[in-house]
Each structure stands twice: as C-alpha cells, then as structure tokens.
Design a protein around this ligand. Structure first.
Ligand code: ZN
Length: 71
C-alpha cells in the first residue's frame, strides 16, 4: 500500500466525515450530497421520507408485539 501525502491545496470537498450518512439506512441507496437526507433518531439517514417511515414503522412493530392475523 502506498501512502500518499495529503496535498495542501485541497478543493472544498463535500463532507464525508459521517460514514453512516453515506447511504440510506434502509435501502442502502447512495445518498448524494445535493439530495435531501431524512434523519431519524438523529443518527440514521434515509434517502426518502418513505424509507424513514418504513424504519419508524418497523421500529414500532418491533417494540410493540402484536398478534397478527394473516389469512
Ligand atoms: Zn432509502
């Protein structure tokens, strides 16, 4: 592996420090810098409100055990 020295003149790059916001928490779709990121619980990022809603729904499903009737 070759270690490259960081160039002093680095152009302003998008913030990629937060690794968990690199992709949607639910569908793992790449989160683009220009796109909106939907936060949940302050640490999870989602590509769309739908993905976030699903996660919230699954969270509630998991915390409250219900007896489901499936036909
Ligand atoms: Zn998603």
């Amino acid at each position: 592996m070759v270690m490259k020295p960081t160039s002093p003149t680095t152009p302003t790059s998008p913030v990629v420090a937060c690794g968990f916001l690199d992709s949607c928490f639910l569908c793992k779709q790449k989160l683009l810098p220009g796109k909106d990121i939907y936060m949940y619980k302050g640490e999870w990022g989602f590509c769309s409100v739908e993905c976030r809603c699903r996660q919230i729904y699954m969270d509630e499903e998991g915390s409250t055990i219900k007896t489901k009737k499936k036909g």
